[in-house]
Ligand binder design. Structure first.
Ligand SMILES: [Zn+2]
Ligand SMILES: [Zn+2]
Length: 447
């Protein structure tokens, strides 16, 4: 070999350097293998430490998966129309195809819960789990569900968004024709319930949500996945119904412009959410109409600039007072109470030629409003209803959340009370007495 080096130094140096490389490779290879085996032991140890930490944090040990099994949990059941809700244990069946079972984090109370809770006749029914404004975490999903998985943060909505029907595909509508809006006591696809009491008797659903329960089952067409980063659960929960309805009506249904004049009839949460939406759009005048004088002070925080109490109008119809204030009518009128006579007044004080009246209030079934045909013909006004503010839940709730994170949409102003879920009857009293806008109830009182 030495001769070879002497005789052919280039070849010799090549052989020498090759053997060096072979040695180097074998060292690297053996060290890599050593590193990999150590890494494996480290990662196994880390997983175990994490598991132990989680077990310690939970007090005992990791609970077994509840997927596919019925869950026994607490729910506030409406056993009798108008009577206090009964906090009891119920069984929540696993989700079927196209459904998800949700662990509710917090829920709030909306006027529609009160209206249906009071009703003895259809669509009122007992025993029922009310509640339709909430936020939760997916616990498990049924067959055919690809859009959601365990651990997703979701907002359930009474209005479906199947994404496939002509209504869902149209930019002009948010009304799903596959699962049309109805106050059904069942799950939407198979008209059955996922709730039973401990005696095995059926408990009915409400608005496809039934959030007054620690766990509920919701069809995926009624669920919107959200990114939980940077959100406040108690605020995001409000996008499930009332605030979305009001803000959406101002932004999507009416499309309020900068400098316009808006009149809002009824300053509950939905009416104030309309004001908030109109304020953000830069409306010049936002006239609030309500029988309670204290609503004006509250309304100012949401952008109300002027206040009319119908009790102070004397002999003049409300519409005449607003027509005089606005020199011919408001550009946009929103009825947020559900009274046919108030809808007629709103239409009457809406600007001729381009004014738009948006009905958001839920009137009693079969009630009618009267319009003079000649007035409709010559006025050129638009009258429209707006369910969920004309918003498509799956795309528009994330849009509203973005506005909330950017602080232009101020959701926390609506949260006047926070209670433990077990105090739900107090939340009912607060809303009935007009003392709360939104009362958020936490399922886990430590939150
Ligand atoms: Zn649809
Ligand atoms: Zn509602």
């Amino acid at each position: 070999m030495d001769d070879l080096y002497v005789l052919n130094p280039t070849f010799a140096s090549l052989v020498y350097s090759s053997s060096l490389w072979v040695n180097a490779y074998s060292v690297i290879l053996s060290e890599t293998l050593l590193f990999l085996s150590i890494s494996k032991y480290i990662s196994v140890a880390l997983v175990r430490v994490f598991q132990l930490k989680r077990q310690t944090a939970m007090g005992t040990q990791i609970p077994p998966s509840t997927s596919g099994e019925p869950i026994r949990c607490k729910a506030a059941v409406c056993r009798e129309a108008g009577a206090p809700l009964v906090m009891e244990e119920v069984m929540v069946a696993p989700p079927r195809a196209h459904e998800a079972r949700i662990r509710i984090v917090c829920t709030s109370l909306c006027q529609s819960d009160i209206n249906l809770w009071k009703r003895k006749d259809f669509p009122g029914i007992t025993p029922r789990i009310l509640g339709h404004e909430a936020i939760g975490i997916v616990e498990s999903v049924g067959a055919e569900v690809t859009e959601f998985s365990e651990g997703d943060t979701v907002i359930p909505v009474f209005l479906s968004d199947c994404g496939e029907c002509s209504g869902c595909r149209s930019k002009k509508s948010n009304l799903c024709s596959k699962f049309p809006f109805k106050v059904s006591p069942w799950m939407p696809r198979d008209d059955t319930s996922r709730f039973t009491d401990l005696d095995g008797n059926t408990i009915y659903h409400f608005l496809s949500v039934s959030s007054f329960s620690e766990y509920t089952v919701v069809d995926v067409a009624h669920l919107t996945k959200i990114d939980p980063d940077g959100i406040q659960m108690s605020s995001a929960c409000l996008l499930s119904c009332g605030v979305s309805t009001g803000v959406g009506a101002a932004w999507r249904t009416a499309d309020v412009e900068e400098g316009s004049t808006v009149a809002i009839f009824g300053l509950g949460s939905v009416g104030l959410a309309v004001a908030e939406g109109a304020r953000i759009r830069g409306a010049a005048r936002i006239i609030g109409v309500d029988m309670k004088p204290e609503k004006f002070e509250i309304g100012k925080k949401f952008g109300i600039t002027e206040f009319v109490n119908p009790a102070d109008c004397g002999d003049k119809p409300l519409s005449q007072v607003i027509n005089e204030m606005t020199e011919g009518g408001a550009d946009y009128c929103f009825e947020c109470v559900g009274l046919p006579s108030l809808m007629e007044e709103a239409y009457a004080c809406c600007q001729k030629g381009w004014g738009k009246t948006v009905v958001l209030g839920v009137a009693r079934p079969m009630s009618e409003m009267k319009l003079q045909c000649f007035d409709v013909l010559r006025s050129g006004k638009i009258l429209t209803g707006s369910l969920f503010g004309g918003l498509k839940p799956k795309s528009d709730i994330p849009m509203l959340l973005k506005h909330s994170i950017d602080k232009d949409l101020q959701l926390d102003k609506f949260v006047t009370h926070e209670l433990d879920f077990k105090e739900i009857n107090t939340a009912f009293d607060l809303l009935i007495e007009g003392k709360s806008l939104r009362c958020v109830m936490w399922m886990d009182s430590s939150k």
